[in-house]
Every structure is written in structure tokens, then in C-alpha cells.
Design a protein around this ligand. Structure first.
Ligand code: GLC
Length: 732
């Protein structure tokens, strides 16, 4: 009997093994989650028809486009096999309905990739990126981006079109709100922090999203600050200013890149083989894919680079754009282009492989559907709000304070201005699913901080226009108060895409209201909520203090009130220069040296900025001392340390950010007067001293780059400076 049992067990095992093998045959490799992604991609490509492949290279839209400058029609019907959609909804059912069509009604069941502009929050919107840049807190930016990623993924969005890392020095350009300011290093660090927050270390998790670096490249140099215009950028500037943030983020693992709208020196970014293929893929080794910006392939026609949609498709694809956003040029013409031998199936396979690889790594084949969760578990959690509030506190910049702040116990406060009770514009441009009803106004923050009996409110005026009828009431509110908090600023629609403005000044009605209130002689705090650097040479002198609150998102009121009361010690520092006048634009700290530094000034206005890059006041006093290097013998190939002591000589604990600059006064390629190469933010208790250290790697931190993109490190004099201190040394 025992022998028979043994035979039986063997027979069953063999049968099981065989059926498993057969079963394995029945389950195609691309559906086997434990197989390497490259095998799954290869297997799936082998099974796809040319038409199925081309569908993967197209992105349509679904839902209602609510972007105020690009309002579009509601789209509901999209082919099941489409590669990707821009998903304007947060309705999980709509997403799952389209995904089910892809998974169950198409031959191979390839999931759709859902992308959207989650720029500074999904539903819990936090400060605009330009404000984030003023926090100098990359860890906090990472935290908020992971909050945004979680809310997005749990709401059906797998891919965000962020971070935007276009260095910009022209506040007239509405999209300056979306970047991290004028400095390449700051955009690099904050861009990497964003990528880390969005993607985490495993995209397979269902609370992470793929990032998308945009807009590749040089879009921030749009002529006159007008959107969509051509750009003229030397290759030297490309390498030393506009490309570094992209290189840093690619090295950090950013999955995708978006090609820009601008023409670059005669070749549009969306058809520019040098940047899209030679630099991005061949030099930097990017393994992800490039998606065009909205209709940017078809726009090669008005840019004068393609005669028709077919040529546009050919030029964009062969330059290195794998996915065509919205205009359908690829789907319409690839069959013809293939038959004419202008593109090859191998090229198409290579492009499709990049897209499929991301879908596999996002786990979309195994988890194509989004689990419907109650809002309470998905968005606007207390933790999300708290994180948004912290970032808002650290992003706000105290530009001026003649001593009136902190208010302490101010008596009666006149709260005046178009931004005082605003809950819509305070959220900022690119608000994603941010809803004004979830936002806190400045007034609400002041009410919670000081109590409503202390407040006298009057709107004063609108954001623009000529209606002065509210001035009298505003003046009356001021006269019966002890201090005025004047809340001025911009509409959120004055920033973002297609939102350029010819002047950085606020509309004159707002300045006139400020003058009217200043005439009362009451102490006045000016609070600003805006999406760009402003021209404040008339406004700032009227106020005793000026707080740049930016567009802080959902939780802006409490941070403003906390800074005014002194509960919050302001720590923000400008990541973009505030010009004295719009006429100075472009004006930025890291410009090249003048041949006559003390001449060539404007005749009728100051030539320096109103508030410079790095400016920001605190309630603490920080004293810098003892800047020194740990070695006298500084040579190439050997790291060295530079340190500075910072003492908080006040009685208030506070954060201080030390910005470390490098200067190479003489070089075979002239360099900016100084270049930010390191920064660190620390909490310093009252009376305490902290040591800030810059671990210098000459090849990384002192080097420059030539017009071919090759690193350039020459021996000779260098300077490292912090605050007012400078250390000179010789690099051997
Ligand atoms: C827009 C923007 C881009 C955005 C895309 C999708 O035109 O230029 O930043 O990600 O289209 O909305």
C-alpha cells in the first residue's frame, strides 16, 4: 500500500507540475507580475498590432477642463486602448469606467495612464511653488508632495505634470508662479525634493505618482514675459542655467519629461532633437518618456517649423517626443509615415516600450482600478491641512518691519482690502481640485488669532477697476482702530498659463486705497497675496511692515495671523528678486559682471532691486561670525569644509537659512557675480549658536560648465560667501 501511495503522490505532483507549465503558457508573460518588467514589455510589444502601439503614444482628455485659461468642453468618450488621458475629474467611478473599457474590452487589456496637473496639491492645496522656494525647506516640500501624491493616486490620478523647474527671471510671465525662482541650484534642489515626494522609492505603491519635469527647456525665457513666445538662449546659458534643474531631477529618477511650447533659437522645443534625444536620452541616459505639452506637436505649424500636422508628427516624434498630448497628430499620421518609410516600427516600439515600462512599474496591470474611498480617508485630512499650514508659515517672507511687528496686543485692528476675506484667489493658480470652501481667508485667520471683537472689516476696493466708493468706509474703519492690516494682491487668474502682465505693480486702485489709509496716520501692516514678484516702490513706503504671503493655498489665514501676532517667527527668504520697477526686468542676483560696475545705471530710477534674492526678515537677530575653511591647502579632487557660526542674539527662537555662494572672479568663461551652491535651514534657540557647514566638493560645487556642457574647473582664486562674510582661497 505504501508503495502505491508513493506512486500516487508522484503522479499527482507531476500532473500538477505539467498543468502549472501549461497554465504558465496560458498566462502570457506580460501578465505575470513576478517577471522582470523588460520581459513583460518585450512580450507585450510582440503581441501588439501597429495600431495598438500608436494608440499608446497618444494622450486624450477626459472630464471637464477647468483650467481658467484653457477652459475646454466636457469629454466623456475616449477609445479604450488609448495610452493616456489628462484626467480632469476626481470621480473614481469615471476613471474606473474608462479603465474597465481598456482592461476588458480591448484585445490585450493595456491599462490607461491617468495624468493631471497636481502642481501644488490635489485637493489640499498648499503654497504655490514660487512660495515653496522661499521656504528653503526641501524636506517639507517633499512631505507636501507626498501628501499630494497620495490624494491624487487615491482619487484616480497616477501621474502628475510636475514639478515645473523652469528658471525664470521675468515676473511679467504668469508661469513664474509655478517655478522655484531665479536660481538654477534652488530649482534643482526643490525639483528633486518634489520628485522624491511624488514618486517615493517604489511607484508600485498606490499612494505615489509618476512625476513629469516641465517644460523642457528654457520656457522661462519667453520674450517680454509673454507666454508661448520664442526664446533665444545661448548654449552657455542653457548649460549653466536652464538645464541643471532637469539634470538633477533626471538623476533623482524623474519618470517623465514634458516638452515645452517655446521655440529655442530657431528649433521649437517639441521638435528639438539636441535637447530631447542627444542631451536628455543619450547624454543623461533618461529611460522614461517625453510627453508633448498641450497641442505642442500641432503648434509646430504656427511656429513655422512644420507645414502640416503630418510633418509636425514626424518632426516631433523623430526629435524624441514619445507621447502626443491632445492634438492626435500621431494617431492620425503614423500609419502613413510608416508606409512612406519615414518612421520605422522599431522606433515606435522603442517609444511604446518606455510608456509600457512606466505602466508596469506603477502596477497598473495588477491594480488598474482605483478603490472608491470615502473623502475623509482620501483628502483634506487633518495631517494634510497641518502640513500645508507649516509650509505656508515657512514660505511667507517678511519684507519690511520698522518695529511694528509682532503686534503683540494691538487693540482694535482694521482689516481692509480685496484679499482680506478672499478664499478663492488665495488658493493660487493651477489649483487642481482645490475648492475655495476648504480655504481659510486672512480675515478668518486674524479672527482666530485676535478674536472677532478686535476686528473692523472693510473691503475698501476690488482687485482692479476704478471704483473708489469703498474708500470712505475703509477709512472710517481705520480711524476707529489702532492698527491697519491692509490685504492686497492679485487674482489667481493673473498667474499661471496664458497670464502675462505688462507690469509688476498692483492695479492703481489698490495703491490709491493704501494712500488713503496711510493718510490717517495709523500704523499699517501690508499683507500681500500674489503669484509673482511685485513692484512695491510706492506701496512699501506707505506701510510700517510688509509681509509677502504669496498664494498659500488652503491654510493661509493662520500663518499670516501667527506672523502678525508673533506666534510664528517668519523665516522665509526670497527665491526671486523683487525689482524696484518693472522697467528693470530682467533683474536677478546671479548675473554676469558688468564691464563698468559703477556706471551704466538708470538715470531716473535706482538700478538695484527693491528686495534682493535671499532677503527676508525674522523676529530673531542672527549674527554670523568665524567663517573659515578646514584647510589652507585647497586642491582639485579633494573635498574640504567651510563653516560659519550663527548666533541667535535675540530672545526669540527662530529658523535661519544660510545661503552659501561661490564666486570665481576670473575664468575662461565669465561667471555670475556669485552663484548659490548650498543652503541649509536650522532652528536656533534664543541665545544659542549653531555651526553651519558647507562640505565642498570642488568638482561639484566650484566647477562651472562650458558651452558644450562639459564641466569646467580652473585653478586660481575663488570666494565663498555667506551673509556679509567672504572667504577667499586659492584652488590648486
Ligand atoms: C498646459 C501647460 C502644461 C500642462 C498641460 C496639461 O498647456 O502648459 O504645464 O501640464 O497643458 O494641462
Amino acid at each position: 500500500m505504501k508503495y502505491n501511495m508513493k506512486k500516487l503522490v508522484i503522479a499527482i505532483s507531476v500532473a500538477a507540475f505539467l498543468s502549472a507549465c501549461c497554465n504558465e503558457e496560458k498566462v502570457p508573460v506580460y501578465r505575470q507580475a513576478d517577471r522582470p518588467v523588460c520581459d513583460r514589455v518585450e512580450d507585450l510589444l510582440d503581441r501588439m498590432t501597429f495600431e495598438e502601439k500608436v494608440l499608446q503614444l497618444n494622450q486624450y482628455i477626459i472630464g471637464l477642463n477647468t483650467n481658467v485659461n484653457n477652459i475646454g468642453e466636457e469629454i466623456k468618450d475616449v477609445p479604450g486602448g488609448i495610452g493616456s488621458v489628462i484626467y480632469f475629474s476626481d470621480n473614481v467611478e469615471l476613471r474606473n469606467e474608462l479603465q474597465r473599457k481598456a482592461m476588458e474590452e480591448t484585445r490585450l487589456g493595456i491599462p490607461v495612464l491617468f495624468g493631471f496637473d497636481v502642481i501644488h496639491g490635489f485637493r489640499t492645496v498648499y503654497p504655490i511653488p514660487l512660495a515653496q522656494g522661499c521656504s528653503w525647506n526641501p524636506e517639507l516640500v517633499t512631505e507636501l508632495c507626498s501628501v499630494a501624491a497620495r490624494e491624487a493616486r487615491l482619487s484616480g490620478t497616477d501621474w502628475t505634470f510636475a514639478p515645473m523647474i523652469d528658471v525664470s527671471r521675468d515676473g511679467r510671465w504668469g508661469r513664474v508662479a509655478e517655478c522655484f525662482g531665479e536660481d538654477p541650484y534652488a530649482n534643482s534642489v526643490m525639483g528633486v525634493a518634489s520628485v522624491n515626494g511624488y514618486q517615493g522609492d517604489d511607484l508600485y505603491n498606490t499612494d505615489k505618482v509618476a512625476a513629469c519635469l516641465k517644460h523642457f527647456v528654457g520656457y522661462g525665457m519667453s520674450q517680454g514675459g509673454r507666454d508661448y513666445t520664442a526664446t533665444d538662449i545661448s548654449m552657455q546659458s542653457m548649460w549653466d542655467t536652464y538645464l541643471p534643474p532637469y539634470k538633477a531631477c533626471i538623476e533623482a529618477g524623474a519618470e517623465t519629461v514634458m516638452s515645452a511650447f517655446n521655440d529655442i533659437n530657431g528649433v521649437p522645443a517639441t521638435a528639438n532633437h539636441l535637447f530631447l534625444t542627444e542631451i536628455l536620452k543619450e547624454k543623461w541616459g533618461h529611460k522614461g518618456f517625453v510627453v508633448s505639452d498641450w497641442n505642442a506637436v500641432e503648434q509646430l505649424i504656427p511656429q513655422g517649423y512644420a507645414a502640416d500636422r503630418k510633418e509636425a508628427a514626424l518632426k516631433a516624434f523623430t526629435a524624441g517626443v514619445e507621447m502626443d498630448m491632445k492634438d492626435n497628430c500621431y494617431r492620425e499620421y503614423f500609419e502613413e509615415l510608416l508606409n512612406e518609410g519615414k518612421i520605422t516600427e522599431r522606433q515606435v516600439d522603442e517609444a511604446v516600450a518606455r510608456i509600457l515600462s512606466l505602466k508596469f512599474r506603477l502596477g497598473l496591470f495588477e491594480k488598474p482600478y482605483t478603490e472608491p474611498l470615502p473623502e475623509s480617508e482620501r483628502i483634506l485630512t487633518a495631517d494634510a491641512y497641518a502640513a500645508a499650514e507649516r509650509l505656508a508659515e515657512e514660505s511667507m517672507v517678511l519684507l519690511k518691519n520698522d518695529g511694528i511687528l509682532p503686534l503683540g496686543n494691538p487693540g482694535r485692528i482694521a482689516v481692509i482690502g480685496p484679499m482680506a476675506k478672499d478664499k478663492f484667489n488665495i488658493v493660487g493658480s493651477w489649483r487642481c481640485h482645490g475648492n475655495a470652501k476648504d480655504a481659510q481667508s486672512i480675515y478668518e485667520g486674524l479672527e482666530a488669532e485676535f478674536g472677532s471683537p478686535a476686528l473692523n472689516y472693510a473691503p475698501g476696493c476690488d482687485f482692479d477697476g476704478t471704483d473708489r466708493s469703498g474708500f470712505a468706509l475703509a477709512k472710517a474703519a481705520a480711524l476707529k482702530s489702532d492698527v491697519i492690516v491692509l490685504c492686497l494682491g492679485e487674482k489667481s487668474a493673473w498667474s499661471g498659463e496664458n497670464a502675462s502682465r505688462s507690469t509688476l505693480a498692483l492695479p492703481s486702485i489698490q495703491e490709491e486705497l493704501a494712500a488713503e489709509l496711510a493718510s490717517t496716520g495709523k500704523p499699517m501692516v501690508l499683507v500681500l497675496s500674489n503669484g509673482r514678484p511685485l513692484e512695491l516702490n510706492r506701496l512699501a513706503p506707505m506701510a510700517d511692515a510688509v509681509l509677502e504671503a504669496w498664494q498659500p493655498g488652503m491654510k493661509g489665514g493662520s500663518p499670516v495671523a501667527g506672523i502678525l501676532s508673533g506666534r510664528v517667527n517668519p523665516s522665509g527668504k526670497l527665491c526671486i528678486t523683487f525689482p524696484w520697477s518693472t522697467g528693470q526686468v530682467p533683474i536677478f542676483y546671479n548675473s554676469r559682471q558688468s564691464s563698468r560696475p559703477d556706471q551704466g545705471q538708470y538715470q531716473e530710477i535706482p538700478s538695484g532691486p527693491m528686495y534682493e534674492f535671499g532677503h527676508g526678515l525674522s523676529y530673531s537677530e542672527f549674527v554670523y561670525s568665524d567663517l573659515k575653511a578646514d584647510s589652507e591647502d585647497i586642491t582639485k579632487g579633494r573635498d574640504f569644509k567651510v563653516q560659519v557660526s550663527v548666533t541667535n542674539s535675540s530672545d526669540r527662537d527662530g529658523y535661519e537659512t544660510v545661503l552659501w555662494y561661490v564666486t570665481d572672479p576670473f575664468c575662461s568663461v565669465t561667471r555670475p557675480v556669485k552663484e548659490l551652491r548650498h543652503f541649509e535651514k536650522k532652528f536656533i534657540k534664543a541665545g544659542a549658536t549653531e555651526i553651519f557647514t558647507f562640505d565642498v566638493n570642488p568638482e561639484k560645487d566650484l566647477a562651472y560648465v562650458d558651452s558644450e556642457g562639459n564641466p569646467l574647473l580652473e585653478s586660481g582664486e575663488y570666494r565663498i560667501s555667506v551673509n556679509e562674510q567672504t572667504l577667499k582661497f586659492n584652488l590648486k
